[in-house]
Design a protein around this ligand. Structure first.
Ligand code: NAD
Ligand code: MG
Length: 395
């Protein structure tokens, strides 16, 4: 009997920052007694993946890294937990019957497995914003056609989701996305030019994975979030505002036609948004810090600077041009981010590369199928690689 009542869940990217926080929430809400963990996936950190699989009684554990198959198999031998590796196995993890799937793989690598889960009608808790940036309306349609719900996990989008009144969508005037401003909020372009990945990854308020931490420093993460908001909430680009709010207490807001603004606040802890996505429309009881307003004393706001942070401008360009420009921007930036981590290019060059590849690919139209999205993504990566090579030659 108990088995029938246990909610079947899968976590794509369980070993990352969001994945670990998701399992913490799952544990807080009853762990294996309340949840049937169908599948979990990771990449190279198979020790953690094996430990999680055992602790939560997962039925399938998948590593994206083929070379780690034997290690994972060995670590889980005798447990009865099924083990698999590689990209096709990731998709299979998404396909396995479950009610709710946390999409928390980083980057475009998350698109295919998340789509597989969406198509079979699972509720998708979406942390992987790249799915929406790359595939946009095609992704939204895949979820709708599958019949599951799309529940945002990104803190800003969870805040907007929570601040939207369902029967008042027509009265929404604007969406205000807050941004901490990252570690370089007060840096000049000259100061940013020389920073290394270790400096860029140190976020003032949130503890997150490497890609999103660096993306917060360049505000490229905010650029992705603007496009994410457009698709999630079906608003026009001119209805999307970004405001820098260094305390990260207001997670985002919705402005209505009567002048009211509704916001969601909380401590910067992703478990609140994850818990909401897991139990929606109910609210779970979570052991997270509570806001102390007297201690907080003040909330600050400032306009974002699109000269020092060109990523925001690129997001507006991508939305205005339409077609596959957002997928191109995302793929070019992901390629540039990897080159920055490998110390092949400087911090400011990441936006230069994205801008140039976007410019070069303006002739690419709308994606009709997912294959068009993957083709644009691949082409943008190839072109970004060429730009990076030319930059290295020139340096
Ligand atoms: P992370 O780097 O900590 O974890 C990423 C996960 O993806 C890990 O499980 C890793 O093993 C897996 N992975 C990495 N490369 C892979 C590949 N090629 N194939 C398959 N799996 C791979 O990242 P994160 O910070 O947890 O972020 C995950 C997603 O959630 C990102 O899209 C990010 O933008 C989004 N997000 C994160 C936060 C946060 O607080 N960390 C907040 C909002 C949104
Ligand atoms: Mg966010």
């Amino acid at each position: 009997m108990a088995d029938i009542l246990r909610r079947r869940i899968s976590i794509l990217g369980s070993t990352g920052s969001i994945g670990v926080n998701t399992l913490d929430v799952v544990a807080q809400l009853g762990g294996r007694d309340a949840f049937d963990v169908v599948a979990i996936t990771g990449n190279s950190n198979v020790d953690l993946l094996a430990e999680q699989a055992k602790m939560f009684g997962a039925r399938l554990a998948v590593t994206a890294d083929d070379k780690q198959y034997a290690v994972l198999k060995d670590a889980l031998s005798g447990t009865g937990i099924e083990v698999a590796a590689g990209r096709a196995a990731l998709v299979e993890a998404g396909e396995r019957q479950s009610d709710w799937v946390m999409a928390a793989i980083v980057g475009t690598a998350g698109l295919a497995p998340t789509l597989a889960a969406a198509k079979r009608g699972a509720d998708i808790a979406l942390a992987n914003k790249e799915c929406l940036v790359s595939a946009g309306d095609l992704f939204v349609k895949a979820v709708a056609d599958g019949g599951g719900r799309l529940i945002p996990v990104d803190s800003e989008h969870s805040a907007i989701f929570q601040s939207l009144e369902d029967d008042q969508r027509h009265a929404v005037e604007r969406i205000v996305i807050t941004a901490s401003g990252g570690p370089f909020r007060t840096f000049s372009r000259e100061q940013m030019a020389g920073v290394t990945v270790d400096i860029a990854r140190a976020h003032p308020n949130w503890s997150m994975g490497l890609k999103i931490s660096v993306g917060s420093a360049s505000m490229f993460n905010k650029a992705l979030e603007m496009i994410e908001a457009k698709h999630l909430f079906n608003v026009r680009p001119d209805q999307i505002e970004v405001v820098v709010h260094p305390q990260s207490v207001i997670h985002s807001m919705v402005g209505y036609t009567d002048g009211s603004v509704i916001a969601q606040l909380g401590c910067p802890d992703m478990r609140t948004a994850i818990g909401y996505a897991l139990t929606y429309p109910d609210r779970p009881k979570l052991n997270v810090d509570r806001l102390d307003f007297a201690k907080l004393a003040r909330l600050d706001f400032e306009a974002p600077d699109e000269i020092r942070f060109p990523a925001l401008r690129l997001a507006r360009t991508a939305m205005a041009r339409g077609g596959v420009q957002a997928a191109v921007m995302n793929a070019a930036e992901e390629t540039a981010f990897n080159a920055f981590c490998d110390r092949r290019i400087g911090f400011l060059q990441m936006a230069d590369i994205a801008e140039q590849v976007m410019e070069d690919m303006t002739g690419y139209g709308v994606a009709i199928t997912m294959d068009d999205v993957f083709a644009a993504d691949g082409e943008a990566r190839r072109r970004a690689g060429d730009v990076i090579a030319r930059m290295e030659m020139a340096a």
